[in-house]
Design a protein around this ligand. Sequence first.
Ligand SMILES: Cc1cc2nc3c(=O)[nH]c(=O)nc-3n(C[C@H](O)[C@H](O)[C@H](O)COP(=O)(O)O)c2cc1C
Length: 182
Amino acid sequence: MADLLQLILSRRSIRKYLPQPVPAEMLDQLLQAGMSAPSASNSQPWEFVVINDEQVLSDLRQALPFGKFYAPAVIVVCGNPLKAANASGLLFWQQDCSAATQNILLAAHALGLGACWVGVHPIPLVRRSVCNVLGLPAWVKPLCAIYLGYPEFMKDPKPKYHPGRIHYNRYHDTANTAGSDK
Ligand SMILES: Cc1cc2nc3c(=O)[nH]c(=O)nc-3n(C[C@H](O)[C@H](O)[C@H](O)COP(=O)(O)O)c2cc1C
C-alpha cells in the first residue's frame, strides 16, 4: 500500500467516473475504514447507506444541488443517536461522521478509486430531500453523500499548505487581515 502521508497529500475530489461498478469487496473495505474512525467517547454514532441502484442514484442526484454528476456508487454517512454507544453521540455526531467520511475518502484513494464528499447537513431542504429518497427515519441524520467510482482521470495534487495559518504557542494576529495567508 502507498505511504499514508503521500496518500493524504495527493487526495483530490473526483467528479468524473467510469461507468464500471465498484466491487462489493472494495465497498466493504471502505466501510471498514469508515468504522475505524475515532469518535467522541467511542460512541460510534454512525450508519452508512450504500447505494448502487441506478434509480436511487438518480433520485439522489435530484436531491443534491451540488451533486448532479454521475457516480456508480454512493455511501451516505448518517448519524443515529439510537445506535450511539453513549450520549456523546448526540453532541458530537457531525464530527464523528466527518472523521468516518475522511477515512472513507482516503481509503478510496488508496484503492485507486475516485471519491467526492457531497454536502447534505446542515442545509434543511437538502437534508429533507435525502431523507425522503432513502426513507430515513426522523432520528437518522444524513451528514453527507460520498460519491465513488473508478476515476475517468487522475488529478494533480493541489498545494494548500499556508505557513501563515500556523501559530506557535500563542495566536499572533500579525497582519490583522482576515482571509489573508501572508
Ligand atoms: C463539508 C463539505 C461539503 C462538500 N460539498 C460538496 C458538494 O456538495 N459538491 C461537490 O462537488 N464537492 C463538495 N465538496 C468537495 C469540495 O468542493 C473539495 O473538497 C474542495 O473543492 C477541495 O478540493 P479537493 O478535495 O480536490 O482538495 C465538499 C467538501 C466538504 C468538506
